[in-house]
Design a protein around this ligand. Sequence first.
Ligand code: GAR
Length: 204
Amino acid sequence: MQTTARIAVLVSGGGTNLQALINAEKNGKIPNGKIELVISNNENAFAIERAKNAGIKTQTILKSIEGSQQAFEDKLKKILTENQIDLIVLAGFMSILSESFTKDYPERIINVHPSLIPSFCGKGFYGLKVHERALEKGVKVTGATVHFVNEIPDGGKIILQKAVSVREKDTPETLQKRVMEQAEWKILPLAVQKISKQITEKGK
Ligand code: GAR
């Protein structure tokens, strides 16, 4: 019986969540999963360097080169199939996947989002913008959520959440940093292990 789920991590930027996963795997915190591949939709993403430094295979797919979202997703599917990927992790992946893609991977795609869903989520809420909106609203508590990805942006079943306090003097940048450190980098590896374990127990 195979005891590890084969994981692909999809990235677009700095890749600190990818780094948290790499570190967790290295420290034995993801015994039922292995990051096999990192896929970026941005050729300048620093996340690619992080993957290379960890000896993980990388692939870049650009929508501008593929020509359309459909062609981008077709190529993505081909690569995922070729690499026998069991679990897809969106870690700072800044593109919305279509329903025709997500329906092929029910409860096999997870995403980390920098707020307590259902607050500050959905189309247009990504990266720093999420924290800007949280501060505008004046919330006193925010956090992060890891959830399954379905056809509704940030609408899939919630796997884990963690709350983080907002401070009086927070800027979007300071709040983003605290949410990452206190919530995202902790719950993403936990969720990846949890789902990897479920996948291996089900026998894939
Ligand atoms: C993270 O805060 C992640 O939660 C967020 O972008 C940042 C990426 O940072 N993702 C979204 O907003 C997706 N809707 P990273 O590249 O350093 O992991």
